[in-house]
Design a protein around this ligand. Structure first.
Ligand SMILES: Cc1cc2nc3c(=O)[nH]c(=O)nc-3n(C[C@H](O)[C@H](O)[C@H](O)COP(=O)(O)O)c2cc1C
Ligand SMILES: Nc1ncnc2c1ncn2[C@@H]1O[C@H](COP(=O)(O)OP(=O)(O)O)[C@@H](O)[C@H]1O
Length: 356
């Protein structure tokens, strides 16, 4: 997937999904879906167009270069830094830091990610100029998809409907995807129609952050449409874990990664092999996020103990999928007491993981 922060050198023409997409959750996935090559083809077939003339796939009569030129490239357009960070000056943690976002978008079938540098100039563009200069001139946009609550242009004055009106002047169709709600949440609450579209059940990045902060991993995972993951390289720790029979792989995470509630989790772990011939394998384990007060830990650590893993893990990349929050971190009176508790954590985690 092409990732660029410049509108020069991008593949055009484009079908664009616009938004911040932190988390790439199931609501985001619905917004992205209409611009994917498969959906574009379906749309054209529905309109009775001859796909050989304007296909997203290379066609027989054209040279590869010509067909590359003709294709409409599925493109996610987002802002970097996050507009919130630009306006407040406060660095913001993310559900999906850049590498993870790229991986998620790639797996959905998106061809390129354009990171518009969110600066004074961009934030001062009127909705009209944003459409004319960025979408039409630079991206040669042929189709747009946004969520119902999308706002754009100076002081966020442009709405999704405004985008539809402005883009229509250039014959660009805009799909406005309705706000998705968490069905499971709704089914457990009142059926009163007025309660259906509250902040509590609207699928959003903030709702996922709140769920992770509260230790409600099942809900966060449901809203994401996949498990929340922590991806990092294994770095050395204090080398105490092995002395109590629970060696732990200490993870170095991107510094802008959003962390869930401190404490102990049941996890699934994918270990990436450096050898491309060997496929990644999945392991089960327990994870602790915290300051390790029992051993007078001096810094915050994210560490994973894998069941049945005998080898060294230093320098390997682990993708840790959160399955369930087990308990908060505690200060134990001795290493022996901590060891007994970790044994219990492992038993509980094994049972939980076997049933998921
Ligand atoms: C499942 C699990 C639960 C843990 N729970 C706690 C805890 O409640 N309190 C605490 O101080 N440390 C806890 N720890 C962290 C241990 O103190 C830590 O793994 C140990 O000191 C080894 O650290 P090292 O890898 O830096 O050598 C936990 C670790 C694991 C793997
Ligand atoms: N089952 C296991 N789970 C996690 N790490 C393991 C396991 N078995 C061996 N290791 C290795 O041992 C190291 C952890 O041992 P530990 O004594 O906790 O040292 P450190 O403080 O450096 O993390 C890991 O980084 C990894 O290389």
């Amino acid at each position: 997937m092409l990732v660029t922060s410049s509108t020069e050198g991008i593949l055009t023409p484009t079908a664009v999904a616009l938004g911040k997409f932190d988390g790439v959750h199931i609501g985001h996935q619905r917004v992205i879906q209409p611009i994917l090559p498969s959906a574009q083809d379906q749309e054209r077939r529905g309109n009775g167009e001859n796909l050989a003339e304007k296909s997203t796939l290379p066609t027989g009569n054209l040279t590869p270069l010509e067909s590359q030129k003709k294709r409409i490239h599925s493109t996610v357009v987002t802002f970097d830094p996050h507009p919130h960070e630009f306006f407040t000056g406060q660095p913001r943690t993310l559900l999906t830091p850049l590498d993870e976002k790229v991986e998620q978008l790639r797996s959905l079938g998106v061809e390129q990610l354009v990171l518009l540098p969110f600066d004074k100039e961009l934030s001062a563009l009127s909705p009209q100029d944003f459409v004319a200069k960025i979408l039409v001139q630079q991206l040669q946009c042929q189709q747009i998809s946004v969520g119902e609550d999308f706002c754009f242009g100076k002081k966020r004055t442009g709405t999704a409907k405004d985008l539809q009106t402005l883009a229509a002047k250039f014959n660009i169709p805009v799909t406005i995807v309705p706000i998705q709600t968490d069905i499971d949440e709704l089914s457990t609450k009142s059926s009163d129609i007025n309660t259906t579209l509250t902040e509590n059940n609207r699928i959003s990045t903030s709702l996922i952050r709140q769920s992770l902060e509260a230790g409600d991993i099942e809900k966060a995972n449901r809203l994401l449409g996949r498990p929340y993951t922590l991806t990092g390289v294994v770095i050395p720790g204090q080398k105490l874990g092995r002395t109590i029979g629970f060696p732990t792989a200490n993870l170095q995470l991107p510094k802008d990664k959003f962390l869930p509630h401190q404490g102990v989790y049941a996890v699934r772990v994918v270990i990436h092999s450096q050898n491309p011939e060997v496929s990644a394998n999945e392991n089960l384990g327990v994870m602790n996020i915290g300051n390790r007060p029992t051993v007078n830990g001096t810094h915050f650590a994210v560490e994973v103990h894998l069941f049945d893993w005998p080898d060294d893990l230093y320098s390997k990349e682990l993708v840790v999928q959160l399955v369930k929050f087990l308990r908060p971190e505690q200060k134990f009176p001795s290493l022996e007491a901590l060891k007994t508790q970790i044994q219990l954590d492992c038993t509980v985690a094994r049972e939980i993981l076997a049933s998921y």
